[in-house]
Design a protein around this ligand. Structure first.
Ligand SMILES: C[S@@+](CC[C@H](N)C(=O)[O-])C[C@H]1O[C@@H](n2cnc3c(N)ncnc32)[C@H](O)[C@@H]1O
Length: 317
């Protein structure tokens, strides 16, 4: 495990950054929080539950596509040795890739959440003990450099529609940085969610059992716990909204009454009905996706979708 500092110093730095980001986000006219803060231990547990939620079609659709195409991917890329996964911990989907890409020698998951990293490293070691597993703890904002050698042996893996969590310009920038990190001649296998009817989308992000609501609200519990805040969770509710102009689902936490919240001695006012914007999940058409990768250094090699046309997995070179 690569850590820059000793854990206590690192933890202190992370807390300061967390506090700074929360204060900045809640000081905006539209209050907001970065989705990367969803993934504390409890958040990772709830995210695992979300993967099995009936209305949340994304993981099982992506899994079915990957399962169907992995042999073909190996045929297209017979000399692939390293898989670098951005936002590890995707369970079955990573396992199917790693099990079936026989030419692999190394698996490197990159994630901001230690829990996700440990879980994915452990599960991969179990099913492919012959692989070298190198977890990299870090933020997508600062991708670690790769050794100079052999970019053609590298396959980036960005599943889970994680690209959809970025705004268009940020997603372009992230893909450009991945291209630089992996090097000329490398490949990237990426899963993205396709545009579809709004009811299906809203149900996916606001399921009947309230699992996604718990996931969203958990970020307030985390702020209470880690930043000495006093959010009263009874007075915030989860809401999924479709923003048609930006083709995205937005998750919000809506204040159900006028209230003040204190975070590390700073006070934040909420009007009744005011929201904190906590996540975006952009939905692309094939044409919009082509525009997204334009200028990033990547070109589409092949794209696969499911029968309903709900989800796409694309191989970029
Ligand atoms: C939408 S989930 C997708 C997870 C997984 N790839 C999947 O398919 O289910 C996002 C993942 O990316 C990680 N993540 C989110 N923001 C991150 C960031 N800024 N830097 C690194 N990892 C991040 C989270 O910890 C989580 O594991």
């Amino acid at each position: 495990m690569q850590l820059v500092d000793a854990p206590s110093e690192q933890e202190q730095k992370e807390r300061e950054q967390f506090l700074q980001d929360v204060v900045e986000g809640l000081s905006q006219p539209q209050k907001e929080l970065s989705p990367k803060y969803f993934y504390d231990t409890r958040g990772c547990e709830i995210y695992e539950e979300i993967k099995w939620v009936e209305e949340y079609y994304l993981p099982r659709t992506e899994y079915a596509i990957l399962n169907a195409i992995v042999d073909e991917v190996q045929e297209i890329l017979p000399t692939i040795k390293r898989v670098i996964e951005y936002g590890g911990g995707s369970g079955l989907r990573t396992e199917t890739m790693v099990l079936n890409l026989k030419s692999l020698t190394e698996y490197l998951p990159i994630d901001v959440a230690m829990e996700q990293l440990e879980a994915s490293a452990e599960s991969i070691k179990k099913i492919r003990p012959d692989l070298e597993v190198t977890p990299l703890l870090g933020d997508f904002a600062h991708l670690p450099a790769m050794p100079e050698c052999c970019p053609t042996e590298r396959l980036g893996f960005l599943p889970g529609s994680t690209i959809g969590n970025f705004q268009f310009a940020e997603a372009k920038d992230f893909l450009t940085r991945i291209n630089k990190q992996l090097g000329k001649g490398s490949h990237l296998l990426l899963g993205y969610d396709l545009v579809k009817d709004v009811d299906t989308l809203l149900a996916a992000y606001d399921d009947a059992k309230g699992v996604t609501a718990r996931f969203n609200l958990n970020v307030l519990s985390r702020i209470n716990r880690e930043l000495n805040a006093d959010f009263d969770l009874r007075f915030f509710k989860h809401e999924a909204r479709f923003n048609s102009e930006k083709s995205r689902i937005e998750m919000h936490l809506v204040s159900t009454q006028k209230q003040d919240v204190t975070i590390a001695d700073q006070s934040f006012h909420f009007a009744k009905g005011e929201s904190i914007h906590t996540e975006n999940s952009h939905k692309y058409s094939a044409e919009q996706f082509t525009r997204l990768i334009d200028g990033t250094g990547w070109k589409e090699q092949k794209t696969w979708t499911d029968e309903k046309g709900f989800y796409a997995v694309t191989l970029l070179v």
